[in-house]
Design a protein around this ligand. Structure first.
Ligand code: SF4
Length: 347
């Protein structure tokens, strides 16, 4: 049956599959660099959001060579607004590694691809399938949903992950893994959607054990909802004496009463704030907070805080998140330069 299912899917893909700027239908993409960039951009980001960024990025960095020679700040410029800046850093580091350690030739073995920055198991499979047509099975949220519905698997995903991977592997068309990977992604994005799956137009409807069932939208079953991610900016603000600004958090709720470096979720950075190229994240009970670090020089700042000698910071109770901010800040190049210039306040 697996051969028949994959054939049905590939026929549907040839007719209905999306045209995407990083995609060719009918086999692997001729340029693995295109796949690398798109895969990194697509991590945790929708296709619709990625498309304009992808075009701009490829215009500025058309080859792995140009990306490897670019300054990281330049790469950030073209990533600005896409979020998850660690991906931009990883992509830049990977480009350098491929040029410097692999002579500009992309590795083709899973073992080597996994050594590249920002490439985990899922991205490695996807990259190898799409860039080299290697028989890898891609198992992401879309595929998990389709497989669980196809076989009406109603146990929590965490408990049956092995079974899901086994079934996903059995369905993969090993003669056309690149097209198959793209096709199953499109099926999940366009037909077997989380809400209102379009079973009537699904190429697998005839064989699907969930088609037409009342519980189809409740599959796959997950133990608990995935944590939401929130994003913001945090500021290390120094005066001319090298003191750093902190304030006590008075708002009720999250981290109230603790001292913190100023941060906010939505506001634009104040004039003169410099991005340090560092993100700090922390997982709270119901969400994950990712803060991008900025450095600023100022003699006064908000009225509800004070400048303190960095050596005295340990006196003020701070959340783990803020401690991470300080540690990350101390490690980043921009702050090191700042501290050096302030002669010995922090070593
Ligand atoms: S028939 Fe419906 S539930 Fe089954 S795979 Fe297709 S869209 Fe998903």
């Amino acid at each position: 049956m697996s051969e028949k299912l994959s054939t049905l899917l590939l026929e549907w893909y040839a007719r209905e599959g999306r045209e995407l700027p990083w995609r060719v239908k009918g086999g692997a993409h001729p340029d693995p660099y295109v796949i690398l960039v798109s895969e990194l951009m697509l991590q945790q980001t929708t296709v619709k959001t990625v498309i304009p960024y992808f075009y701009r990025f490829m215009e500025r960095f058309p080859t792995i060579q140009t990306l490897s020679e670019a300054a990281l700040d330049d790469v950030y410029q073209y990533w600005q607004g896409l979020g998850y800046y660690s991906r931009a850093r990883s992509l830049h580091a990977t480009a350098k590694m491929i040029v410097q350690s692999f002579g500009g030739v992309f590795p083709r073995s899973r073992q080597e691809v996994l050594k590249l920055k920002g490439i985990g198991s899922y991205t490695a499979s996807s990259f190898l399938a799409l860039a080299f047509n290697l028989p890898e099975t891609v198992v992401d949220g879309n595929v998990i949903r389709i497989i669980c519905r196809m076989y009406h698997l109603t146990k929590p995903v965490d408990e049956i992950r092995g079974l899901i991977e086994e079934k996903a592997t059995a369905l993969t068309d090993i003669a056309r893994p690149a097209d198959y990977a793209s096709a199953i992604m499109d099926l999940g994005a366009m037909v077997c959607t989380p809400k209102n799956p379009k079973c009537l137009v699904c190429p697998w409807q005839k064989y699907c054990l969930s088609a037409g069932k009342d519980d189809v939208e409740r599959i796959p079953v997950r133990h608990k909802p995935e944590k939401k991610e929130k994003y913001g900016r945090v500021y290390l603000i120094f005066n001319a004496a090298g003191e750093v600004f902190i304030r006590r958090r008075t708002e009720k709720g999250l981290l109230s009463g603790l001292y913190e470096f100023p941060w906010s979720e939505g506001d634009a950075p104040p004039a003169g704030a410099k991005e340090a190229g560092v993100e700090v994240s922390h997982v709270f009970t119901h969400f994950k907070l990712v803060l991008r670090l900025y450095i600023l020089k100022a003699e006064t700042y908000l009225a509800d805080g004070r400048f303190v000698n960095p050596e005295e910071l340990s006196i003020f109770p701070m959340s783990t998140l803020m401690k991470k901010v300080w540690v990350a800040g101390k490690e980043c190049r921009l702050l090191k330069n700042k501290l050096h210039s302030d002669a010995g306040l922090v070593k």
